[in-house]
Ligand binder design. Structure first.
Ligand SMILES: [Zn+2]
Length: 57
């Protein structure tokens, strides 16, 4: 079974229930970055997101 890359925003921002899940890591990172920027006005690099927020499920 293919693994999926998942970002649970609740871990980064306590009041946010946004969850991204994609089998494509690039797409997951892109969606995560857009969400962080638009909703939380925070800039993350791919590396930060990958290390700190992205889980492989
Ligand atoms: Zn969020």
């Amino acid at each position: 079974m293919a693994s999926a890359h998942k970002l649970d925003c609740e871990a980064a921002a306590a009041d946010c229930r946004f969850i991204i899940q994609s089998e494509n890591e690039v797409e997951a990172l892109e969606l995560a970055k857009n969400h962080m920027k638009e909703v939380h006005e925070q800039e993350y690099t791919d590396e930060e997101l990958r290390k700190e927020h992205l889980q492989v499920v």
